[in-house]
Write a protein that binds this ligand. Structure first.
Ligand SMILES: [Fe+2]
Length: 154
């Protein structure tokens, strides 16, 4: 535990704006949004989008867990899952959610998450944290590609 405390003092002294608990909050918004579209998407692509949304929230849940556990190991203050960042509110308008709306929510979610993960300052965390972040970015990049294709075909 002592080692982690030293880490967290180091991070504080670096004065970084970003931290893992904040990234976790962005991951939570993505998780909530994928759960929302899972139930509320309508139209001819319902089954495909319903199942894809589940794939996305299952992976997001795993990443959320990893981010929070790592944040706690660094003595970061972690908000409850439902406390979401002010600049990134979850989707609440679920009326008549067409396949285009659903893909839009997915694509926007993937891009917001990508930006927030990518923007953490490279020098602040030890390399094992970056390998976690890198694998999340790689996954998001794949989803971005897939969703961009889907939006052209819809
Ligand atoms: Fe379900």
């Amino acid at each position: 535990m002592k080692k982690y405390h030293i880490f967290s003092r180091f991070f504080n002294s670096m004065g970084s704006f970003y931290n893992l608990s904040e990234l976790a909050q962005y991951m939570a918004v993505f998780y909530f949004n994928m759960r929302t579209v899972h139930f509320h998407t309508q139209g001819k692509n319902f089954l495909e989008l319903h199942e894809y949304a589940q794939e996305l929230y299952e992976q997001a849940e795993e990443y959320y867990d990893d981010l929070v556990e790592t944040a706690i190991s660094f003595n970061e203050m972690v908000q409850p899952m439902f406390v979401t960042p002010g600049d990134c509110p979850p989707v609440t308008d679920v009326a008549n959610m067409t396949p285009t709306d659903t893909i839009g929510v997915m694509l926007n979610g993937v891009r917001v998450l990508f930006d927030s993960l990518e923007s953490i300052t490279k020098e602040v965390y030890p390399s094992f944290v970056y390998s976690k972040i890198d694998s999340m970015l790689e996954w998001l990049d794949k989803q971005n590609y897939k969703l961009t294709q889907m939006s052209k075909e819809i």
